[in-house]
Design a protein around this ligand. Structure first.
Ligand code: ZN
Length: 406
């Protein structure tokens, strides 16, 4: 999970995300130090060399640091908790990442011949000076950013490989769809008549799949992530009180130390009085799944089916899915056809709604860019639907003809 690079920007459409800092305090006494476990990931999201981030913390905290890129070890002396480091990171981002003119984070650091530092903005083209009085400036001068760690390179490389995959393997997709259909049928048979009325004990089997870190730090991290997600649950709704209810549901699901059962989730939804609301489905799509979405859809189908009672519900469910995949798990984009196929086979979405959804990119849930990407990925499934439909209608026509003959 991730937060907006500008954490004070609560725009749910904001496309620049970074992981929250994970800090681990090691040792004791004079030797106590803080390991920034995901320093490299955070730095990558900011398109800055990892050492800049760690060194900045050390300079701000007046602490020694140790940077070992090869072993992925980033240490700051002393005990510093993640929220404090996260606040410092905001300062770093402001000074060394965001364009001073348009506040976009897509900037390169440029060192001029006279050893001045600038942020070169790709969005608006402006160059803004970096305050060289900050001690990190001399660190940057001594360790200039290499082009290999630039965000542009990484992002376009990922894009390329994904694009290649979609273009080159349409047949493989179809093949796995057949596999999938078989599996869905098999799994559906194994489902209890209604998992909603089943006892909570039935859900205990799933617990092992969920390795939830319940350490104090991890819980604090999750709480912070939640705060940043609130906006995502409530976009577009004018009614503040209602928004609050959806946030409550989202928070509640994510805050559970263990995956809540279908029964528990349904009870909570009823308690909040939003069991008939379409927006509930958006929240569920954003919170019930993780990277194991494919197996989770089947598990959650009984709950979802009970709540999806109209076209608006289906649309909100697709919208929430779009947000979940497009913003939180872009690595799942190649799995979009499978996900939609599952939704369709489990009667969570109707053909009519999914075809309409696929025919036009929309800015309602994600940026237009992301929306287009998700729909492009969905194409194999939509084509399959179309073909299945045209075969069906041909058969119907033939039948009608037969009747006419008699
Ligand atoms: Zn700019």
């Amino acid at each position: 999970m991730s937060v907006n690079i500008q954490r004070d920007n609560h725009d749910p459409f904001y496309r620049y995300k970074m992981p929250l800092i994970i800090a681990k305090i090691e040792g004791r006494g004079n030797g106590i130090k803080t390991a920034i476990v995901n320093n490299a990931d955070v730095a990558r999201a900011l398109a800055r060399p990892p050492m800049y981030v760690t060194k900045f913390f050390g300079l701000e905290l007046g602490a020694q640091t140790s940077v070992n890129e090869a072993n992925d070890r980033y240490l700051v002396n002393g005990a510093h908790d993640a929220p404090k480091l996260q606040d410092l990171l905001d300062v770093f981002i402001n000074k060394f990442v965001l364009c001073s003119s348009c506040r976009n984070p897509e900037t390169d650091i440029i060192i001029t011949r006279d050893q001045m530092l600038y942020k070169d903005c790709k969005a608006c083209g402006k160059r803004s000076p970096i305050d060289i009085r900050h001690k990190l400036a001399s660190v940057i001068l001594k360790n200039p950013p290499s082009s290999s760690s630039s965000k542009k390179g990484t992002a376009s490389a990922i894009k390329k490989s994904k694009k290649g995959k979609n273009d080159d393997e349409p047949e493989e997709e179809e093949g796995s769809d057949d596999e999938l259909t078989k599996r869905i049928a098999a799994e559906a048979e194994g489902l209890p008549p209604s998992a909603l009325t089943a006892t909570a004990d039935d859900d205990d089997d799933d617990d092992d799949d969920w390795a939830v870190d319940t350490s104090k730090e991890a819980v604090e991290q999750r709480m912070k992530e939640l705060e940043s997600q609130v906006q995502g649950f409530s976009l577009g709704d004018d009614d503040e009180e209602a928004n609050d209810t959806y946030s409550q549901l989202g928070h509640w699901i994510l805050e559970q130390p263990e995956e809540p059962s279908n029964v528990e989730v349904f009870k909570k939804i009823k308690e909040l009085g939003i069991e008939n609301k379409h927006r509930t489905l958006q929240v569920l799509a954003q919170t019930l799944f993780n990277e194991n979405i494919i197996s989770q859809i089947t598990e959650r189908a009984p709950l979802l089916k009970k709540l999806i009672t109209g076209e608006n519900h289906e649309k909100a469910f697709l919208g929430g899915t779009e947000r979940f995949i497009g913003l939180e798990h872009p690595e799942l984009i190649p799995a979009v056809p499978k996900i939609l196929h599952l939704y369709y086979n489990l009667d969570l979405v109707s053909e009519e709604v999914v075809v309409k959804w696929g025919s036009r990119a929309s800015k309602k849930y994600v940026s237009k860019d992301v929306s287009k990407k998700v729909r492009k990925a969905a194409q194999p499934f939509l084509t399959w639907l179309e073909e299945a439909e045209s075969e069906e209608s041909e058969e119907e026509e033939e039948e009608e003809d037969d009747e006419d003959d008699e």
